[in-house]
Design a protein. Structure first.
Length: 193
């Protein structure tokens, strides 16, 4: 018995994959040289069955988690924290009456710490205010209120997730907020509409 988020699974096989990406450059003689090695996220594969009276609802819940990019946890023979579902393949055959066989692929997600620091508030210099004595007063119209919507950034928020939640394009979110994809500050106030 294993659990992926809140869904119980009967897993027969678990496998994990750890990779690096290494650049290669050709040389005139001999082996190519490598000057950079970058770690790739760990990936996990599960194969087994989803068996219950409500297996169709559980299967739909897994698909919804995958489509939303929901970060979850897998606990079986191995434990995988902070993973997303990247692929689900289900097979519905006559050999399983109250469920289905399935294969699921997971990928570990890494969270970064922000280097963003809130600056102290600016102080205004002491300046005598300008008066309007002796001048004709004009009535000023109040500017229209902004219809902008803001969101306070929480751990795990991404432009992609905010785009799905609020319906704004990723490009528009980037132009409004001026943060790079990897340095969205937790606690920051992001314009989302």
């Amino acid at each position: 018995m294993a659990k992926l988020g809140d869904v119980s699974l009967h897993i027969e096989k678990e496998s994990e994959s750890h990779k690096v990406e290494a650049t290669m450059y050709a040389v005139e003689k001999g082996e190519p040289f490598t000057d950079h090695v970058a770690k790739r996220p760990s990936e996990f594969s599960l194969s087994g069955y989803i068996l219950s009276d409500n297996w169709e609802g559980d299967f739909k819940q897994l698909i919804t988690m995958m489509e939303k990019g929901e970060i979850t946890r897998y606990v079986g023979k191995m434990v995988a924290q902070d993973v997303i579902i990247t692929d689900i393949q289900g097979e519905h055959g006559s050999e399983v009456k109250n469920g289905a066989s399935l294969r699921i692929s997971l990928r570990r997600i890494r969270f970064t710490q922000t280097a963003w620091i809130k600056s102290p508030p600016k102080t205004k210099p002491n300046v005598k205010p300008v008066t309007n004595s002796g001048k004709k007063m004009t009535v000023q119209k109040t500017p229209p209120k902004s219809s902008a919507v803001y969101h306070i950034i929480k751990k795990g928020d991404t432009y992609w997730g905010l785009s799905k939640k609020y319906g704004s394009s990723i490009q528009q979110l980037r132009s409004w907020n001026k943060w790079s994809d990897r340095s969205i500050p937790i606690g920051g106030k992001a314009r989302v509409k």
